[in-house]
Design a binder for this molecule. Structure first.
Ligand SMILES: Nc1nc2c(c(=O)[nH]1)N[C@H]1C(S)=C(S)[C@@H](COP(=O)(O)OP(=O)(O)OC[C@H]3O[C@@H](n4cnc5c(=O)[nH]c(N)nc54)[C@H](O)[C@@H]3O)O[C@H]1N2
Ligand SMILES: Nc1nc2c(c(=O)[nH]1)N[C@H]1C(S)=C(S)[C@@H](COP(=O)(O)OP(=O)(O)OC[C@H]3O[C@@H](n4cnc5c(=O)[nH]c(N)nc54)[C@H](O)[C@@H]3O)O[C@H]1N2
Ligand code: SF4
Ligand SMILES: [Mo]
Length: 703
């Protein structure tokens, strides 16, 4: 049996695994290809552990639903076509749409699951092969608020500016809006020490798996009203300032702007914070004191506070608190956000974001344009300007945008106001989806192009710590499947694009490294060859350096070396009416499923464990609505209606219900969410939607 060292295809923890191939494993279906087994492999982030998604990930390689030849729509059917014919036709149609409606009539939607090489190539493909500015990606739904807050405070956006193993020695960890116990199970190994020291504090309107880790011993769980975390954090900051718990020397020497922060929190005395958030004043004081109690404090944020219209400001409030306490850049303490997708970190560094070029450079910066254009072999004037963020891009489909290429996202399930997205996709002149499966989005396509899965390709991923990892090929892809690098090269050639279009990931990486040189996310010292020696490669990794496991020890990334404390204010804090029929819907994740579920709903063990979306609802609320355990519930608002089985649970606030967003059809949670975004980051408000709930008729559920 052969083993290949690689990493999990799913989340940003990027657990190390070994892929086993060989004759002794039972043969599976597609093309009679050899099966792949998953073995554990020791690594500092997961220490040999994997969650059940990781353990079962190889099932998708030979999954019966796998697309293994290009598919073309004819009426309401898909028919198999050859690659030449598909690519010729797609190129022709892209060219004629561009000629007729302008180059920005072609949109590109990327993903944070793409390798660095694919993400880089996609950004280049959009800008110089298609000539469009209209590219953005699903990281806008995921990382953009934390990224925006990190950039303005620190001058750089690396989710965790320190290795995760640093958390092992922590005294106190405040987790705000993150459910790591379900979303990155092996990560909780790094919380064990803190838990034993009674130092874990979790803020979540639900008694999530992670909140339950605080049950034994002296941990704390704060259960605020959804969407009030900004006020909560301002309130804790108020106490820290009032009771002089902050680190004055640090604030004076390493930050600017704290006077503004002091003024902005003055009005948030504990009683008032309690009224808005529901968190008792005693708990607020307790948290402030614990965070300030000596060394070893970390503050970590997740999507629970980021996916709101004030997500950037809320993360900013968490960073301001961290800076006041002197946590950032000091050994044994820090602030970080827990990046989500497999390459959520690298995916936002190499140019698939509407306003960015490789190396985390601004597309509006003349110097950056000149450098990247030189690497691409084009005149800088040929590069388009900034495009529009994901939600706006999707909003323009069928209007300004006539054609869309999708690489690594299932927007019909995962974008806000998903019903409207599906309607707009239907108005496109051309939709091309690259995927391994006929996802709900691919089902709308004119062409589905089948691509390689993780175990069939080479590449790199950048995990939540900013560590660059090697993904390695363990098995040949099925005959009819191609890599996206190949697809882009073929289309670029047909579109007579300038520049070089490599199809080998190592060569594309070398080009990416050159394009990133001198940028914020500098990868110029890295190569596949170097990464194969298993160096610990944290970016920035400029040529000649040994990388940067920990940032901010001496300086922050702003020109004056200081962190910027930006005062933020809460714009929506009126106490909520007590009696109302409306409930607040929060959405999120289950351990068993990944994202839109396009992959994990095809894995038998995961599907049978979680076959459907359940509505988490408090028993008293359910009783008031005449709903019993297991009853069908209808959750609705102006935008849509969703059906889900009621799961009664005291682990949720009485004014709140929870739905996972992993399911499609009549269980699509995003049929309810609104396409309203944070004004700074353009992140949608996935975590707070007003809905009404009623008991549904079983017939409605089937229909
Ligand atoms: N099993 C699984 N794991 C995953 C993924 C997956 O789909 N499935 N996806 C990966 C990706 S891309 C991401 S981004 C991460 C996300 O990882 P997390 O951020 O941990 O995941 P979520 O479930 O979206 O949200 C976390 C928690 O936020 C809480 N929350 C909701 N609203 C609020 C609020 O207003 N305030 C506060 N304080 N909390 C709130 C929810 O109750 C939930 O428990 O997970 C990654 N890992
Ligand atoms: N209501 C609600 N909605 C949410 C969220 C929430 O918490 N609540 N979370 C948001 C967040 S954080 C995220 S990250 C998004 C994620 O949601 P999506 O963007 O839909 O992510 P996935 O389901 O991972 O979709 C990836 C698709 O690409 C395919 N794929 C995987 N790898 C590759 C590849 O290398 N190349 C190609 N071409 N295809 C590939 C998969 O088969 C799948 O069909 O959802 C967002 N939507
Ligand atoms: S925690 Fe994330 S990376 Fe690790 S096995 Fe599970 S899905 Fe894969
Ligand atoms: Mo995400």
């Amino acid at each position: 049996m052969a083993t290949t060292a690689s990493h999990c295809p799913y989340c940003a923890l990027q657990c190390a695994m070994s892929l086993q191939t060989g004759a002794d494993l039972p043969e599976q279906q597609v093309d009679h290809r050899p099966p792949v087994g998953i073995g554990s492999r020791d690594f500092p982030t997961n220490r040999g552990g994997l969650c059940k998604k990781g353990w079962t990930s190889a099932e998708l390689i030979n999954s019966a639903g796998r697309v293994t030849t290009p598919l073309r729509r004819v009426g309401s059917e898909f028919v198999p076509v050859g690659w030449e014919q598909a690519l010729d036709d797609i190129a022709d149609r892209l060219r004629s749409i561009g000629e007729r409606h302008g180059k920005d009539a072609v949109g590109v939607f990327g993903g944070g699951g793409l390798t660095n090489e694919k993400a880089y190539q996609l950004g280049k493909f959009a800008r110089i092969a298609l000539g469009t500015s209209m590219i953005d990606y699903n990281g806008r739904f995921c990382m953009s608020s934390a990224a925006a807050a990190g950039n303005r405070a620190f001058g750089i956006d690396r989710g965790m500016p320190f290795p995760v193993s640093d958390l092992d020695g922590a005294q106190t960890i405040l987790l705000v809006g993150s459910n790591v116990a379900a979303t990155m199970p092996p990560f909780i190994g790094h919380l064990e020490g803190t838990r034993e020291r009674n130092g874990l504090i979790v803020v979540d309107p639900r008694r999530s798996e992670t909140a339950r880790l605080t049950d034994d011993g002296g941990g704390l769980h704060l259960q605020p009203v959804p969407g009030t975390d900004l006020v909560l954090l301002l309130g804790i900051t108020h106490i820290v300032l009032n009771e002089k718990l902050y680190d004055e020397h640090y604030v004076q020497t390493r930050t600017v702007g704290w006077e503004g922060v002091r003024r902005s929190v003055a009005q948030w005395w504990p009683q008032r914070v309690q009224e808005v958030t529901g968190a008792p004043t005693g708990q607020l004081r307790e948290v402030a004191h614990r965070l300030a109690g000596g060394r070893g404090t970390y503050i970590l944020t997740g999507r629970g506070i980021e996916q709101h219209v004030d997500g950037t400001d809320t993360v900013t409030a968490a960073i301001n608190l961290s800076l006041l306490l002197g946590l950032c850049g000091r050994p044994g303490s820090g602030y970080g956000t827990l990046t989500g997708q497999g390459n959520g970190q690298g995916g936002r560094e190499h140019g698939q974001k509407a306003d960015q070029l490789p190396g985390y450079r601004k597309i509006t910066d003349p110097q950056a344009r000149a450098q990247v254009a030189a690497v691409w072999g084009v005149d800088p004037d040929r590069l388009p300007g900034p495009g529009v963020p994901a939600t706006e891009l999707l909003g323009r489909l069928g209007e300004q945008i006539k054609a869309l290429l999708v690489h690594g996202s299932n927007v019909v399930i995962s974008a806000p106001d998903a019903g409207a997205v599906a309607r707009r996709l239907a108005q496109l002149d051309l939709l091309v989806v690259c995927d391994f499966f006929c996802s709900e989005t691919a089902a709308h396509a004119d062409y589905v192009l089948p691509v390689t899965q993780w175990a069939e390709e080479e590449g790199t991923m950048t995990n939540l710590e900013g560590r660059v990892l090697r993904r390695r090929r363990a098995i040949e892809p099925p005959q009819g499947v191609r890599s996206e690098l190949w697809i882009m090269a073929e289309l670029a050639q047909r579109l007579a694009a300038p520049g070089v279009w490599d199809t080998e990931a190592a060569a594309v990486f070398d080009e990416l490294a050159r394009a990133s040189a001198g940028g914020i996310a500098d990868y110029s010292g890295l190569s596949h060859e170097l990464l194969d020696t298993e160096v610990e490669a944290y970016w920035p990794y400029p040529s000649g350096s040994a990388g940067t496991p920990r940032l901010f020890a001496e300086r922050f990334a702003h020109p004056d070396g200081r962190a910027v404390m930006v005062p933020v204010r809460s714009r929506r804090h009126a106490p909520r009416p007590v009696a109302t029929d409306e409930l607040t819907l929060v959405t999120g994740r289950l351990l068993e499923h990944y994202q839109s579920g396009a992959q994990t709903r095809r894995v038998e063990e995961l599907r049978s464990a979680r076959p459907q979306a359940d509505l988490q609802i408090d028993p008293a609320t359910a009783q008031r609505l005449g709903i019993a355990e297991g009853d069908p519930g209808a959750i609705s608002n102006l935008r849509g209606e969703v059906f889900a089985r009621a799961e009664l649970s005291t682990g949720i606030r009485i004014d709140t219900v929870f739905l996972p967003f992993h399911f499609g059809g009549r269980q699509t949670a995003n049929a309810l969410t609104e396409a309203v975004v944070d004004p700074i980051s353009a992140m949608p408000e996935f975590k707070r939607t007003q809905v009404s709930v009623r008991r549904a008729d079983p017939v409605e559920v089937q229909g």
